[in-house]
Design a protein around this ligand. Sequence first.
Ligand SMILES: *Cc1c(COP(=O)(O)O)cnc(C)c1O
Length: 470
Amino acid sequence: MSDPRPLVPDWLVAPGDANALVEQVWPASATRDEHGVLSIGGVPVTDLRDTFGTPLYVFDEPGVRARARRVKAAFDAAAARHGVRARVYYASKAFLSSEVLRWVTAEGLAVDVATGGELAVALATGVDAARLGLHGNNKSVAELERAVDVGISSVVVDSPIEVERLATIADRRGVVQPVLVRVNSGVHAETHDFLATAHEDQKFGFALDAAPGIVARIRELPSLQFVGLHCHIGSQIFGTAGFEESASRVVELHAQLSEDAPVPVLNLGGGFGIAYTSVDDPTPIEQLADGIVDAVARECEVRGIPMPNVAFEPGRSIVGQAGVTLYEVGTVKPVQATDDLQRLYVSVDGGMSDNARPALYGAHYSARIASRTSDEEPALARVVGKHCESGDIVVDAEYLPGDVAPGDLLAVPATGAYCFSLSSNYNFVPRPPVVAVGDGRARVIVRGETIDDLLARDEGLHAPTTEDTL
Ligand SMILES: *Cc1c(COP(=O)(O)O)cnc(C)c1O
């Protein structure tokens, strides 16, 4: 494996123009005005800063809607060619708020949740439980009870213990709960490559050879209805090869299970990759949808079984590209990294608390000065946050105009997925607000935290009441 943090990644090249907005990583509405100021959804970032402050999560609402529409259309068309239906669930863990749920459900997507908290947001938003699926390897009894009570369309079961638990809960209520069984296809995909193994040493799902036993048990239980298999091979995957290999393995099991009774659904999860930097070249979603659904159809035909309805669960690929994080530069410091390599450390007013992915996964991002353009020579830079960790990196390696300076606004694109949802209060930094832009207007969809919000939870700062003690 290559060093995850080389001094300079070998793919990074000095751009001809360090102001240019690389199409595949920015929202479609991102442009610069005649003064060089970046605007998103028709709103200049300088106005966003003046009204909402920094750091700021900015979401291009028409961008999310258009993407949801396009992804749904791609899977609908791919399924229709084989005479079946597709259901596209938005994997809400990528970014969850009531507004974003309204956008994606208005575009016809169903919604996946994985905890009681995510379920509560979806229900509070008014999402029909018949359009909700519940995941997770350790759903609590309370979470399962709530899901069954509201009539959730499917629960994806992940262990024998959970099957018995859920059956008891449904039985007590006199209902029949539809379930899918999560399986582990042994295909483990990571970005460009995939690995196909006989066993996978991880917490999710049943091994392919363990699935028939659990399905037989579910079919014995009158309060559960087995509707299909579920498989999710990973995240940020490019190309169709890993999905096709996994689909072929899962269809084999699906065919075996179809011998006893029809199996109406096959859910192949999410994980479709997006571009974070100029070198990422994601497969168009139409090509992915056709490739995967055609592979399922082929495998069904070979085995002489009817093609099931198909389901998918994209998260990142719905919201990722529509999000931009806006920061203000606080300090710029040249650092001699080696004898012959100098880089600028550009410190911004957020960091790993609003984007944990570089620290968690070594993820790469790109950045641009957003409040102006510059003709200065591009300089190698590392954008870092304000937290007390040397791993507090926002953009590991990027060329920025050499005159980048305190007060500049810096925009980091493709932060719509897994940034807000993984955010923290590390160093007691309040979480930034989330602002939706579009048609020249901006509005807060999630308010920012205040220091008072953070202090409010510290019981040592409040007069004790009798309820606080045992
Ligand atoms: C996280 C997750 C997804 C969504 O993955 P993306 O990479 O965001 O598309 C879908 N299904 C399951 C089961 C997941 O855990």
